[in-house]
Design a binder for this molecule. Structure first.
Ligand code: SF4
Ligand code: SF4
Length: 72
């Protein structure tokens, strides 16, 4: 489920400042009502710029947990 790895923006926390929309290098973010939203998930490169720039921590990137199998 690739969808699970996209940035999630909490519309309840988002103040609509627009910083993430401006900062996103690929233009993947846009608006859904008064909140920023990932409107083009297909072009998101998962760079995490939006997560680090949001002043109210409304953006969360789920991190991939890689399970390693060790054969000893
Ligand atoms: S992770 Fe990067 S490419 Fe994806 S929406 Fe955020 S700023 Fe844009
Ligand atoms: S930077 Fe944060 S508060 Fe500002 S528009 Fe983006 S998600 Fe909303």
């Amino acid at each position: 489920m690739a969808e699970n790895w996209y940035p999630r923006i909490d519309p309840l926390l988002c103040t609509g400042c627009g910083d993430c929309v401006t900062a996103c290098p690929t233009g993947a973010l846009g608006w859904q009502g008064d909140s920023a939203a990932l409107i083009h998930p297909d072009i998101c490169t998962y760079c995490a710029t939006c997560e680090s720039i949001c002043p109210v921590y409304a953006i969360e990137l789920p991190y991939l947990i890689v399970k390693e199998e060790h054969h000893e």
